[in-house]
Design a protein. Structure first.
Length: 92
């Protein structure tokens, strides 16, 4: 088994999670079991963990705003909230 180094704060957070699991389930688990479960969960749905490593997307830069606006088109028809409600909520 390989070892990983974790700082004191992370270790305390793992211990707090272990205690919470023990209190709610009555089951004692090791840090290894906890880390394995966390990793399994992250691998099944990686988007949140991947996004946590991205630079902030807010606020958008001027070029990002321009890129978003360039995808818009004008259909030539005025649409208001009532039109949208009718389309979304009216039956066929």
């Amino acid at each position: 088994m390989r070892e990983i180094r974790i700082d004191d704060e992370t270790n305390a957070r793992l211990e707090a999670l272990q205690a919470e699991i023990r209190c709610q389930t009555g089951q004692s688990i090791t840090k290894q079991e906890l880390l394995t479960r966390i990793l399994d969960t992250a691998c099944r749905s990686p988007n949140e963990i991947v996004d946590s490593f991205r630079d902030s997307a807010v606020p958008l830069s001027a070029s990002e705003k321009a890129t978003m606006r360039s995808g818009r088109i004008a259909s030539g028809t005025a649409t208001d909230e009532d039109d949208i409600d009718d389309i979304l909520y009216s039956g066929p």
